[in-house]
Every structure is written in structure tokens, then in C-alpha cells.
Design a protein. Structure first.
Length: 311
């Protein structure tokens, strides 16, 4: 697929994404870490194609984001999508990693923070993901907080997600988002989703119930002006697709105990807890994750289409 960019380090838009943005068609950004690092091969490639297909079936253009050979790409062709899914050398890139990756000619899949930055830089206004990063448990001891939060606080984009991973500190994350001035609305719910669970039990201040209502919030924010920050649309996984809450709570509690017993701390905690959830739920946590992602991608596409259709 032909691509071009006037400067070596600027995002390179695929011909399809570039044409859609030029003509005012709806576009939805998709992250690539779920493809490269979040799913087993070869299922990761089929899921990547499925998610792009969900965007298209709703009438929008998918823009999967990644870095390949030192070029930041917004929109991937089939060969590029296959490479992200199949190449074990593809790294995991957050926003802070983008400059050295581009300078070194490296290849990597983009996290929420990197995808948010590159999508907004390219002019894409809606981004769908599974769950955001947040404030980690035991923050008072290690002050571990995802880079997603500060990036979202200064990037004007609408992010559809299923909350944050339940292994994190949900109340502290919501407090941090409030402090940073990031607007959070629940989609059809008065409670913040729990990623694998339809509810974390924590309330949200505002609820929207349709893509049209989301677009009204977007329009109001644009009219008001002020500091750029993300609008988080917290879209819960369907109750029928969520991880069994009792199983979730038991496995998470036991995994946290195991962390303390083994002395696992800092950046080692999250991958350990996620691995424990996957193994000890027989893969049910992964299926809940995918159900949430599909639901978010579909909603994001509906929002993007509605925003394009709304005068």
C-alpha cells in the first residue's frame, strides 16, 4: 500500500486512512500491543483482522497503529498487520519509547499512550482499546502509575475502553483522572467498568446512553475550548461475557498473596497477575478481555460515524 510522509519522523498514514481523513470519513484508531503481546499466535492475527472488520462493518475506516522499521504507521496493510502479529522481535512501545524507536529504526507495537499520541497527531479523533493503564496497588510504596494517565490528560481524543484492568487500584485511578482533569463518562452505566467485570463497584459522575449523546459531549468540549484532554467513554463488558466475579476475586486475591510471598514488586507485578488470571481461570479472563475489546471497537466506530454525520 503506498504511503508517504514529508518528514522522516512524522506519522505515516496509509492511503486509505489519509483519504478518509481528507474527505471527512469516520476513522477509528486501534492499538497493536494486543496483537503483538496480548494474544497467543496465530489467534492474534485473526483477532486483528476481526477488529478491523468490526470497524468497517459499522461504516468507519480502521487505523491500526504501529512502528515498523523506524516509521510510525497509522493504518496498516495486510503485510504489515501480519508482521506485527508474527514477528517475535516486535517490541512494546509506550509514548516515551517512540523517539528512540524511530531514531533507531526499530519496530514495535504501540500501547495505549503511544497509540493515543500518534492517532491524535494524525488527526484521528476516536480510539478503541480494551482497558487503560492506571494507578497500581501499593502505590504509596512504589509510586507505580501508568504513563497512560498523564498522556490522556494532555491529548484531545475520545477513548472507548472497558475501564482499567481490575488488578490495578480502581478508586485511586479514578481520583487521579479527576485530578488530571480527564472527563470520564459511563456508557449505559452509573459505575466504572472493571475490565473483566461489567462493574468495578465505583460510581461515575456522568452517564451517556447512545453514540449521539457521546457526540454531544464531544461537541460541547470543543465549543468550550480549554486544555486538551481525552474523553474516556467507559463501556462495560456485557454481564453475559464477563469473568465470573467470584472466580475473579478469588484468583486475584490468591495471586496478590503470591506476589507478596515471592517478593514480586514494581513492574513485575502486572504481568505476574495477568498470567495468574489467565492460567487459573482456564483462559476465561482472555475471553472476557476479547469480548470487551469487540464491544469497545463497535461502539467507537458508531461514535465516529455519528460524529461525521452530525453537522
Amino acid at each position: 500500500m503506498p504511503q508517504n510522509s514529508p518528514e522522516p519522523y512524522e506519522p505515516v498514514l496509509s492511503a486509505e486512512v489519509r483519504s478518509a481523513l481528507h474527505t471527512g470519513l469516520p476513522v477509528v484508531a486501534l492499538e497493536s500491543t494486543i496483537i503483538a503481546h496480548g494474544l497467543p499466535r496465530p489467534r492474534n492475527l485473526s483477532v486483528a483482522r476481526e477488529l478491523e472488520g468490526l470497524v468497517r462493518s459499522a461504516g468507519a475506516v480502521p487505523a491500526t497503529v504501529a512502528v515498523l522499521d523506524g516509521r510510525a504507521l497509522v493504518g496498516l496493510c495486510e503485510d504489515q498487520l501480519e508482521r506485527v502479529a508474527e514477528d517475535p522481535a516486535v517490541r512494546k512501545l509506550g509514548h516515551r519509547d517512540l523517539a528512540p524507536a524511530l531514531a533507531a529504526g526499530a519496530s514495535g507495537a504501540t500501547t495505549v499512550s503511544a497509540t493515543t499520541f500518534l492517532a491524535a497527531r494524525a488527526g484521528v479523533g476516536v480510539f478503541a482499546t480494551g482497558g487503560l493503564g492506571g494507578v497500581h496497588r501499593e502505590w504509596a510504596a512504589d509510586q507505580d502509575e501508568s504513563a497512560d494517565l498523564r498522556l490522556l490528560a494532555r491529548t484531545g481524543i475520545t477513548v472507548v475502553c472497558a475501564g482499567i484492568k481490575s488488578i490495578l487500584d480502581v478508586p485511586a485511578t479514578l481520583q487521579r483522572l479527576e485530578t488530571l482533569g480527564v472527563c470520564v463518562v459511563g456508557y449505559g452505566t452509573g459505575h466504572f467498568p472493571g475490565f473483566y467485570l461489567s462493574s468495578s463497584g465505583e460510581p461515575v459522575d456522568w452517564t451517556v446512553r447512545s453514540p449521539e449523546e457521546v457526540v454531544e459531549v464531544i461537541r460541547a468540549r470543543e465549543a468550550l475550548g480549554g486544555p486538551a484532554s481525552a474523553l474516556i467513554v467507559a463501556n462495560p463488558v456485557a454481564e453475559a461475557d464477563q469473568l465470573d466475579p467470584a472466580l475473579h476475586d478469588r484468583v486475584l486475591a490468591e495471586a496478590l498473596d503470591a506476589c507478596r510471598e515471592r517478593g514480586i514488586s514494581g513492574q513485575g507485578v502486572t504481568p505476574f497477575l495477568l498470567d495468574q488470571l489467565m492460567r487459573r481461570t482456564g483462559g476465561a479472563s482472555l475471553e472476557a478481555n476479547l469480548a470487551a475489546v469487540r464491544r469497545n471497537v463497535t461502539l467507537a466506530a458508531r461514535i465516529a460515524v455519528t460524529a461525521t454525520d452530525t453537522p
